[in-house]
Design a protein around this ligand. Structure first.
Ligand code: ADP
Ligand code: MG
Length: 702
């Protein structure tokens, strides 16, 4: 096997050279022959069918003709010239037109030769023409790589300007495979190929670029998707297995006074069945002698905080400390208040550490953490800093996981010699297939039930032209004692435009709802924490009826008396973000409303998003829809996950079945051979090492 063939620099490939190599590297990240061969087409067009010119009408998509050029003519003045070749196949005549590269095309076309012409017919005046068609001399067609389905490759504007279009890449691929076919080392063990009836790697790669027929193309696609997804799952699961072997978890086997007293005297309500079940799952982990890494999924308002509190009390009962990390100061503050409220009767010491904690406070916190006097620490990213050291940290709770990356989780691990148990809570329901990939190393618990007595939120869509009606409705709600959020999109904190929207919005709202009858506060990311807290405070205490805000309130804020969420320019938000925002209301006993304001003209996609939101309150349904609409890379929270979602051929939204299949497959292999030390698994081990090199360094969390 010529293993290093694939590592050969792309500039040495026939037809490339240094200049093209630099372009390919810069634009497509292709620097070796192997990179090129693993650059897959995005579509295929059936080229078995030839049309007759007499059959053509301008509504046809891309078509293929076979015939000869009768004559050519340059038309027009200097800067506006076009070249027209009159092409005939015996059944009729059609115009082939070039606006650019005229000189070159005039030289290269030969009236004696037969050509295959490929392009999209359009009507120009009363004649049908094909502009900038692909031309191929019939005599030059390669027999060995004889294709019937032509593959198309994404390129870039820069590449096209330099004549590296899809066709050119196709040609390079031809050159690459001419030397590489048969020489590429197999990447899956024989027993898997046999069992799954997969194409070997050479045939898979040949047919993905030059499919002999539709069936082989399908097989090639399946083999390559299988491989891509399989190695992701195998990698994730292997790490999990290794970690569980290596890391002994602290054993929390006691349920003591803190849990018992809290449960008996201070718990504010009966736990829901789902909360009970999840707490049981957590307790099982904590007592098992392995380190817990559990993801707790539960829709907004499902009561994850109470689960966190109970889990922390278990840690305390076993003489360990616990901490909770929240993504924003607002949220950390709010958790701090909740914890203080619920736990002060138990005599538990709780402290808050954020970016705005004063130096003197910090010093005290640091000391008390080391002495063990401080039992629960709540905070933001400030918790991760190396200076924050614990006497005996046993549990880390991370709220709203999607804001934190794997790397940050890893830092918390290091805060104790034996890593603490980790409970990650997220309100972003993640479709199963995606969860298997980005949180594949975590065990998952789901709270699939809301506390009793909640009325489903009514979601209504208003076009901007209905604004007066909106204001009328809001006034009525305020009369009834309710409070209202009005949220403006702020995609990037730096965008001036967005702030203008927010400020204009604030002005028009204070005009429609004048002080002193109404009080309106404003909260956004550019405010100093002190000001932010002051504004929030007014709203939380019910002294302001309206809060105008950016999405800083998206996560976790809890004001049960707020029953209306107005989202301005709702078409600019993503589905899961809209759902998160909506979750800020519907927390009390009253009927709540979410009102989506949009411009009068909506794109199809925006219209779909709004429709989905109006029709369902179910976070899981919404996230599935989101995944389908946007693809995995854009789903909230996946960017920082550190997992490779930018896949070469598989698609996490569409290939869910394969993901499940390969995951089960990988689990079976690892249960028989956890170290992958069997002879016939040696390829697996080698590939894992190769593939993991460039990805996130999982080593640091195991
Ligand atoms: P989230 O899962 O979004 O973090 P929270 O933990 O903030 O939800 O809980 C939402 C609201 O529901 C809070 O006001 C909380 O006090 C209340 N809650 C939590 N559990 C229950 C329960 N079992 N019964 C009634 N209300 C509950
Ligand atoms: Mg929460």
């Amino acid at each position: 096997m010529r293993e290093n063939l694939l590592q050969t620099e792309i500039k040495f490939l026939k037809g490339v050279g240094p200049k093209r190599a630099a372009l390919l590297e810069k634009e497509l990240n292709i620097s070796t022959i192997g990179d090129l061969i693993f650059y897959f087409p995005y579509k295929y067009i059936d080229r078995t069918k030839f049309y007759k010119i007499s059959e053509i009408d301008p509504n046809l998509p891309y078509i293929q003709l076979k015939g000869k050029i009768i004559r050519g003519e340059t038309i027009g003045h200097k800067n506006r010239q076009r070249f027209v070749a009159f092409f005939s196949d015996g059944t009729g005549e059609i115009d082939l037109v070039w606006f650019k590269g005229i000189k070159w095309i005039k030289q290269s076309l030969n009236p004696v030769k037969e050509y295959i012409v490929f392009g999209k017919p359009t009507l120009f005046g009363n004649r049908i023409n094909i502009a900038h068609p692909e031309m191929e001399e019939v005599s030059k067609l390669d027999e060995k790589i004889n294709f019937s389905l032509q593959s198309f490759y994404n390129t870039s504007e820069t590449l096209k300007k330099n004549f590296i279009n899809s066709k050119a890449i196709h040609n390079l691929m031809h050159n690459a495979l001419q030397s590489a076919y048969g020489e590429i080392a197999e990447t899956l063990p024989d027993y898997i190929l046999e069992k799954e009836k997969l194409l070997n790697i050479n045939d898979a790669l040949l047919n993905i670029h030059f499919p002999k027929n539709a069936e082989l193309l399908k097989k090639a696609q399946f083999r390559l998707k299988f491989e891509e997804l399989f190695y992701i799952q195998l990698g994730i699961l292997k790490n999990k297995v290794d970690r569980e072997h290596k890391v002994k978890g602290q054993i929390f086997n006691k349920i003591g006074d803190y849990v018992n007293l809290f449960y008996k005297n201070y718990i504010p309500f009966e736990l829901t069945e789902a909360q009970k079940r999840v707490i049981k799952e957590i307790r099982k982990d904590l007592g098992a002698g392995i380190q817990m890494n559990r993801l707790l999924q539960g829709d907004v308002g499902s009561g994850k905080t109470l689960v966190a509190i109970m889990t922390m009390l278990i840690a305390l009962d076993n003489n360990y400390q616990a901490c909770l990390m929240a993504p924003t100061e607002i949220l950390a503050n709010q958790h701090f208040d909740t914890f203080k409220d619920l736990l002060h009767n138990l005599g538990v010491e709780v402290a808050l550490l954020t970016g705005s904690s004063k130096k003197s406070e910090r010093t005290i916190i640091h000391e008390k953490l080391l002495s063990g006097e401080l039992q629960i620490l709540i905070g933001t990213h400030a918790l991760i800093e190396d200076i924050v050291e614990f006497k005996n940290l046993g549990l880390v709770v991370i709220d709203e996981q999607h804001r934190f990356g794997v790397a940050q989780r890893a830092k918390l691990w290091k805060k104790n010699f034996i890593p603490p148990h980790v409970l990650v809570m997220t309100a972003t329901p993640i479709p199963r297939t995606l969860a298997m990939t980005i949180y594949g190393d975590l065990d998952v618990s789901v709270i699939d039930e809301l506390p009793p007595g909640r009325k489903p939120i009514k979601t209504i869509h208003y076009f901007d032209s209905k604004r007066l009606r909106l204001f009328g409705f809001l006034k009525q709600q305020i009369e009834e004692g309710r409070q209202i959020y009005i949220v403006f999109p702020l995609i990037k904190e730096s965008e001036k435009m967005d702030y203008k929207d927010l400020e204009d919005g604030y002005v028009s709202i204070t005009r429609a709802f004048p002080f002193p009858k109404y009080t309106t506060t404003i909260v956004h990311g550019k405010m100093k924490p002190v000001e932010k807290d002051k504004s929030m405070g007014l709203f939380v205490r019910g002294q302001a009826q309206i809060m105008v805000a950016t999405t800083v309130i998206e996560v976790g804020v809890n004001v049960p008396n707020a029953s209306v969420m107005v989202i301005e320019s709702a078409e600019r938000f993503g589905l899961s973000q809209l759902h998160q925002l909506r979750g800020r209301v519907g927390r009390g006993a009253d009927q709540s409303y979410c009102i989506l304001m949009t411009g009068n003209k909506l794109s199809n996609e925006a219209r779909k998003r709004i429709e989905i939101l109006v029709n369902t309150n179910n976070g899981f349904e919404i996230s599935e829809a989101d995944l389908k609409l946007r693809g995995p890379g854009d789903i909230e929270g996946t960017q920082q996950s550190g997992m490779p979602l930018d896949l070469k051929i598989a698609n996490i939204a569409r290939d869910g079945q394969i993901i499940q299949y390969v995951r089960d497959f990988a689990i079976k292999i690892l249960s028989r051979d956890p170290l992958l030390s069997n002879e016939n698994n040696s390829i697996l081990k080698k590939e894992l090492i190769k593939r993991n090199k460039s990805d996130f360094d999982w080593g640091i969390i195991s």
